[in-house]
Design a protein around this ligand. Structure first.
Ligand SMILES: [Zn+2]
Ligand SMILES: [Zn+2]
Length: 568
């Protein structure tokens, strides 16, 4: 059990204690332990009782709890709380925007013990009638229930990456390196994955089915399976699996079909043929051969979505897609000056050690009090430290940035003379997310028109599988970024991946540069840029159009040039 799993169990315990109205002091002691572990660097597994107790914020009893969690995955208080809580309520507790007090009311007053019962009570209007609830709360609960239901069985790409790689390796060991190939939405680098899918070459299907069923941790769904397809589930994590059996002769055709979206397959290639026809035409020896035959460029797997790729491939206009190695620096990161976990020095040294030429630091601005946003005095201190560190770490460079809140009226979070002190400014919305399209778009437009905005941060504020973003008019926003020479971020945090790749191609056609930013609050999450690269590629992003593919000198010139155009 690692720190992350320990924190998860402690957080569950806190939620349950709140639900059962345990002693607030006890709850607070658990909360402070969670905060301590979250901030800390040391792996708890390696510590004994004495060493644990010595950590500030962890007392004797919590140290015992942690030891018990490491040994057995649980502890007596948690077990007791769980046994006093109906199982279905745990699912209700996962709903966004429902605190323990409200859940307790639903449970005690309406006898609700599952999400299903909660939905029924909402639909009959009972929830709105409860004291402290009302129509608006009821509507919010319905929306949260629908959101949760639509995401059952779905995973973030990053969450399932390790599982997928492990299965791929195991399948190749069992069936032979060249007899197994992954297809489906994972092969296309989708941001959300609802199943994992492979092609397996099989000349004896019953025998292959038998072999699959002998793999531990796989449960077949016989109703959905056929002689050609094994469908079932992995037991942990519970994700749908699909193994399609095909002959060696059909492999290239099957590979292209199973890695394509239905929209891609339906695109016409001549007056009478679609991409599906082309892929099925005859046994091919390689995917390259298929596209050559049709007189078009090779379409990389992740582009087979039915957006722009077929048209572009026919006209020989597919770009060379950006790669991890093209990125020369990392913009948009946080340090302990605001809500980051690591100091400026730690963030910079790690960045340098990973081989990058520069780091753009952009802590939160003053209005973001909850995130320790920087007031003017703090900015001055940070800039002084950046100057010193840049000198010490040269030729590595730290660019002075800020993630300025876009305030309710669309203005940025400092007066112009303060904004002028930064090399670059990431402008983002963090508060009052409940807006309609018109309001959200107007708010962003005003920020884009501000000459100090260099990069538009996470444009919709979405958190994948957790909450939808505020609605924006993407086209208007992208057009404005083109007009005012503002780059748009692909926030590479795997929960965000915002700007959505479906809009990246349009931004590129308008000549808007894309910055792939990890938004790291921790020196160990720079590798999130990899997820940004994956979705950027889906949108057709090239090295030339990626802002942080510029080297240090080019980046310096870019920022200076932009600033020189601001009329004082
Ligand atoms: Zn942000
Ligand atoms: Zn940020």
């Amino acid at each position: 059990m690692d720190n992350k799993s320990i924190i998860k169990k402690l957080k569950l315990t806190i939620q349950l204690m709140e639900l059962h109205e345990e002693n607030p002091f006890k709850i607070r002691s658990y909360q402070s332990a969670v905060n301590t572990i979250d901030r800390g660097e040391i792996s708890l597994v390696e510590l004994d009782q004495d060493e644990l107790q010595k950590i500030n914020g962890i007392g004797k009893s919590i140290a015992e709890v942690i030891r018990s969690l490491i040994k057995s995955g649980t502890f007596p208080l948690l077990e007791e709380l769980l046994s006093n809580t109906p199982e279905g309520l745990l699912e209700v507790m996962q709903l966004k925007g429902l605190g323990p007090k409200k859940i307790k009311t639903l449970w005690k007053e309406l006898g609700i013990t599952s999400t299903h019962e909660l939905m029924e009570a909402c639909q009959s209007g009972q929830v709105a009638g409860l004291k402290g609830f009302g129509q608006k709360t009821q509507d919010t609960i319905i929306a949260a229930l629908e959101f949760q239901a639509s995401n059952v069985g779905k995973f973030l790409y990053a969450e399932i990456e390790e599982t997928s790689a492990g299965l791929d390796k195991l399948l190749k060991e069992r069936f032979g390196e060249n007899n197994v190939v992954q297809v489906g939405e994972y092969a296309r680098n989708h941001e959300i994955i609802s199943d994992l899918e492979w092609l397996i070459i099989s000349e004896d299907r019953p025998a292959t089915h038998k072999q699959i069923n002998s793999i531990e941790g796989l449960v077949q769904n016989r109703k959905l399976s056929s002689p050609y397809t094994w469908v079932g589930q992995l037991t942990s994590p519970e994700i749908t699996l699909r193994f399609r059996l095909c002959t060696e002769n059909a492999l290239v055709s099957e590979f292209l079909i199973r890695t394509s979206s239905p929209e891609h397959l339906n695109l016409p290639i001549t007056d009478t043929e679609t991409m599906a026809h082309l892929y099925r035409k005859k046994p091919y020896s390689s995917p390259q051969e298929v596209y050559e035959e049709a007189g078009m460029q090779y379409i990389p797997t992740e582009l087979r979505e039915g957006y722009f790729e077929v048209e572009a491939a026919k006209e020989n206009k597919l770009p060379k897609l950006v790669e991890n190695g093209d990125l020369k620096g990392i913009l948009h990161n946080h340090s302990t000056y605001s809500d980051g976990k690591h100091s400026l020095r730690e963030m910079a040294e790690q960045c340098r050690d990973l081989g990058y030429e520069y780091l753009g630091i952009s802590d939160h601005s003053q209005t973001a009090v909850y995130a320790g946003g920087l007031d003017v005095a703090k900015i001055e201190r940070q800039h002084q430290e950046i100057d010193e560190l840049s000198k010490e770490l040269a030729p590595f460079k730290i660019f002075k940035g800020i993630e300025s809140d876009i305030l309710g009226d669309g203005s940025l979070d400092y007066p112009d003379e303060v904004l002028a002190k930064f090399d670059f400014i990431v402008s983002s919305i963090h508060s009052v997310l409940n807006m309609d399209t018109k309001k959200a778009t107007a708010r962003l437009l005003k920020a884009i028109q501000n000459p100090y905005t260099t990069i538009l941060g996470h444009p919709t504020g979405r958190l994948l599988l957790r909450r939808d973003g505020y609605p924006i008019d993407h086209k208007t926003i992208i057009d404005a970024c083109a007009k005012y020479n503002v780059a748009i971020e692909i926030n590479a945090n795997p929960w965000r991946l915002d700007l959505d790749w479906r809009w990246v191609h349009y931004a590129l056609t308008q000549n808007v540069k894309i910055a792939i930013n990890p938004d790291s609050h921790d020196k160990n999450t720079y590798n999130h840029m990899h997820y940004g690269v994956l979705v950027g590629r889906k949108g057709g992003l090239s090295k030339d159009m990626t802002l942080n593919a510029l080297n240090k000198e080019e980046m310096e010139a870019y920022f200076e040039n932009r600033k020189s155009k601001i009329k004082q």
